[in-house]
Design a protein around this ligand. Structure first.
Ligand code: ADP
Length: 368
């Protein structure tokens, strides 16, 4: 019996040892950084990636208190900061710029009813911080952005030459075209304009993503931006018999902005408002003084509005409200670029909308 028990215990111990070895091998070899703590905030373990990132000796780390290490190590201080907004961390690993996201996991064991419980009803026996290495995704994203920028740039030249040829075809000096041919030319013209618009939106997006967005800041009268944008869309508004109700009081403080990029955003709001507005309706374009010494520009339509659940996603790249993607053509990029343009200028962008009541898109810019 005693011999059997020993054999049994040994086999169990071997199993546990085997499991331990397996977990240790995984922890040691992953490209993520892992640091473990006990319930008294003492550091229990750190894998090789974590040690490299922190730039400390393993022997100085293990067994030390979090406070002690945090007082000497800036990165460690950020890692244990619970108020951190979990934004991606840019760190050097083996001399290469790498990207990480931080996650915290609690280690809990079944509670015997005495100790302090955590959210899951388990007794807290420590925790570990995981820095997930997301460099590969950043690189893929960068490659995608470069690819899009190259393609859109390459497409611009042939589309422009297509438009040039269309212009020549319409020129009576080179012969006349029939009514039917004229219609075809108009269709090709419309399509090449659409293609040009898409390619320049893609180029703009590439600029934003590679951080190469060039802004020409200056003190600008809000009225000039509004007038420019409203004039640019007059033609398409007239086609739908839409009236623009512009409210821009005189004497508004000048804004500190890039007038071209800001007008681009306003034109985007306006073309969307026209797209989603019923025939012969009114669109309100309002500029007013707002809180924190800022100026608010807004465009309000009386279209169908947007369902509340989609509002938080409306400024995401390629996002289109389900259902609208078939009825109204578009890339789903305009508002994402608009957000980048406004935020790059230190402004804020937003939307308010209710089904049946239309939508109000707005942005706020700092004054000069
Ligand atoms: P696009 O219009 O090119 O698809 P945007 O980024 O400008 O791209 O808009 C994203 C989506 O937001 C649109 O596809 C549409 O579903 C929705 N949207 C934008 N403006 C309005 C509006 N004024 N009314 C209703 N839906 C809108």
């Amino acid at each position: 019996m005693a011999v059997k028990l020993i054999v049994y215990e040994n086999s169990n111990l071997e199993k546990i040892n085997h499991e331990k070895l397996r977990v240790e091998t995984i922890v040691k070899n992953v490209t993520d950084a892992i640091i473990g703590f006990d319930e008294n905030d003492l550091i229990q373990f750190a894998n090789p990636v974590a040690i490299k990132l922190l730039g400390v000796e393993e022997k100085d780390l293990i067994g030390s208190s979090t406070e002690e290490i945090a007082s000497q190590n800036e990165l460690f201080n950020i890692l244990i900061d619970e108020t951190d907004d979990f934004s991606d961390l840019k760190l050097y690993l083996d001399g290469e710029l790498s990207y990480f996201t931080k996650e915290l996991f609690e280690i809990g064991v079944p509670n015997e009813g005495r100790a302090e419980e955590n959210k899951t009803g388990l007794k807290r026996r420590g925790y570990f911080i995981l820095l997930k290495n997301i460099t590969r995704f950043y690189k893929l994203d960068e490659a995608k952005t470069n690819f899009i920028a190259t393609i859109s740039h390459e497409l611009k030249t042939p589309i422009s030459s297509l438009k040039m040829s269309l212009k020549l075809m319409e020129d009576k000096r080179y012969g006349t075209v029939t009514k039917f041919q004229k219609e075809l030319i108009n269709n090709i013209n419309d399509d090449s304009n659409r293609l040009l618009k898409i390619t320049s939106e893609l180029l703009d997006m590439g600029q934003v993503e590679t951080g190469k967005l060039l802004l020409n800041f200056g003190s600008t009268d809000p009225k000039n931006i509004v007038n420019y944008a409203c004039e640019a869309i007059q033609f398409i508004a007239r086609q739908k018999e839409i009236t623009l109700n512009i409210k821009c009081p005189k004497g508004l403080t000048e804004v500190w902005a890039d007038p071209d990029k800001t007008a681009w955003v306003l034109i985007n709001f306006l073309t969307n408002a026209i797209k989603y507005s019923p025939q012969s309706s009114i669109i309100d374009v309002t500029v007013k003084k707002s809180s924190l010494g800022r100026v608010e520009f807004s465009v309000k339509d009386s279209g169908n509005g947007i369902e509340e659940i989609y509002l938080p996603r409306i400024f995401e790249r390629y996002f289109k409200v389900p259902g609208s993607e078939f009825s109204v053509p578009g890339t789903g990029l305009g508002l994402a670029i608009a957000k980048d343009f406004i935020e790059a200028q230190g402004g804020e962008i937003g939307v308010e909308s209710k089904i049946g009541e239309g939508s109000r898109f707005f942005f706020l810019l700092p004054t000069s």
